[in-house]
Design a protein around this ligand. Structure first.
Ligand SMILES: [Zn+2]
Length: 97
């Protein structure tokens, strides 16, 4: 989805339409380090799923969703305050033009 770098839209703090800068926010990466890999829950799960019988929880093999919600921030050029879109669209790719 192509989005212009500047959009004229309503600013809640100025209470009128102003020119806004569009900033695509980056999603947070999940931590790669595992804290307490041998804690009770992990040991219990390993004990239950060992041997015959399989896993007690359903195994999800693939992601069902191919799109993400566009995480866009709109910064007012007049007052400098920024706000988010309330109900973002699901898009595959965000392109600022
Ligand atoms: Zn403003």
């Amino acid at each position: 989805m192509k989005i212009p770098k500047q959009i004229r839209k309503y600013c809640p703090s100025c209470k009128k339409h102003q020119l806004h800068k569009v900033i695509a926010e980056k999603t947070k990466a999940k931590p790669t380090t595992r804290k307490r890999a041998l804690k009770w829950g992990v040991r219990h799960y390993a004990f239950i799923s060992s041997g015959y019988g399989g896993s007690p929880r359903p195994i999800i093999h693939e992601k069902s969703k191919t799109t993400k919600k566009a995480n866009l921030r709109f910064q007012c050029t007049k007052c400098g305050k920024s706000h988010f879109k309330q109900h973002p669209r699901r898009v595959r790719k965000v392109e600022l033009t």
